[in-house]
Design a protein around this ligand. Structure first.
Ligand SMILES: [Zn+2]
Length: 289
């Protein structure tokens, strides 16, 4: 069972002859890695191209709250989706009864189709963390996200808010790790040398108005994926972005691409919801505060 991102298991590039080795002090004891070494250790991610919008999620299919704005922006800007896991702990509702690695492969394929439906040009990045156990891998995930933020240098980061939309612990943890990674980069004097500019940080979530519409339009009783959906704690810094009709159609196609995840009832409920409420709502967070 993989518990770390595979990128961290790639052989390290031998940079020691170009850099002063700070990993050993004169007494021969291991000293903490310098910030240069910490950045250089993440070199595999530096192959990522800069992106204007970075979307960080826990599982394939998590983009339902942000796929409209990502698709809208994707027409003129570069959008990079990152998934911490490939969703192998989920339940397959397609009738094929896929599990474990087969489910993860199917969900990655579904994700590629969903992003194609949304007209997102970039391939998604899967970090292959263990689904359902992210709480024990937060520091490693945060280190990867710092490297990804450095490599992509986004203007906007979209991720989960503190309620994780459905209350899923992996969602909550991904939102928190992304926030902490962006905050650490923005506030660190060391990273200021690399001219990291703090991105706008938007947390996905339902305002009270969106939540009321959600409850009205979703089939009752709610299926297990939606049962813990809650509204945002407060609407004070909320923004509400109108999503045009043609983009809503793309969203619905994208959601339908996740065949292992959404039963027909959910697709119909989601269609009713988006037709009644053609918006996406986010909460803005200042990461430099
Ligand atoms: Zn999820």
């Amino acid at each position: 069972m993989r518990t770390q991102s595979p990128y961290r298991q790639l052989p390290q590039i031998q940079l020691s002859r170009y850099l002063t080795d700070t990993s050993q002090n004169h007494s021969g004891r291991k000293a903490p890695l310098s910030w240069v070494s910490q950045v250089m250790n993440q070199l595999p991610f530096l192959g990522l191209r800069p992106a204007q919008i970075l979307v960080v999620l826990a599982h394939p299919d998590d983009e339902v709250l942000t796929s409209g704005i990502a698709s809208l922006l994707g027409e003129s800007k570069s959008v990079q989706f990152v998934y911490a896991t490939s969703g192998e702990a989920g339940q397959d509702v397609s009738g094929l009864d896929l599990k474990g690695a087969s489910l993860a492969s199917a969900r990655e394929l579904e994700q590629h189709s969903a992003l194609r439906a949304l007209d997102i040009k970039r391939e998604p990045l899967f970090l292959h963390y263990h689904d359902g156990g992210l709480d024990t891998q937060k520091e490693s995930l945060k280190a990867d996200l710092m490297a990804i933020l450095q490599a992509t240098r986004p203007q906007v980061v979209l991720t989960f808010g503190p309620d994780g939309f459905t209350g899923h612990p992996d969602h909550i943890l991904v939102g928190k790790a992304t926030y902490e990674a962006a905050q650490a980069l923005s506030q660190s004097k060391q990273y200021a040398l690399t001219r990291f500019k703090p991105p706008q940080f938007l947390q996905m979530g339902l305002t009270h108005e969106a939540y009321q519409q959600f409850m009205k339009t979703f089939t009752q009783p709610l299926s297990s994926s939606w049962v813990d959906v809650k509204p945002m704690a407060e609407d004070a810094h909320a923004i509400k972005i109108p999503i045009p009709h043609d983009v809503i159609q793309r969203k619905l196609l994208a959601i339908a691409s996740h065949r292992t995840q959404f039963p027909q009832d959910d697709l119909e409920s989601f269609k009713r919801f988006q037709e009644a409420f053609p918006f996406e709502t986010f909460q803005r967070l200042d990461i430099t505060a």
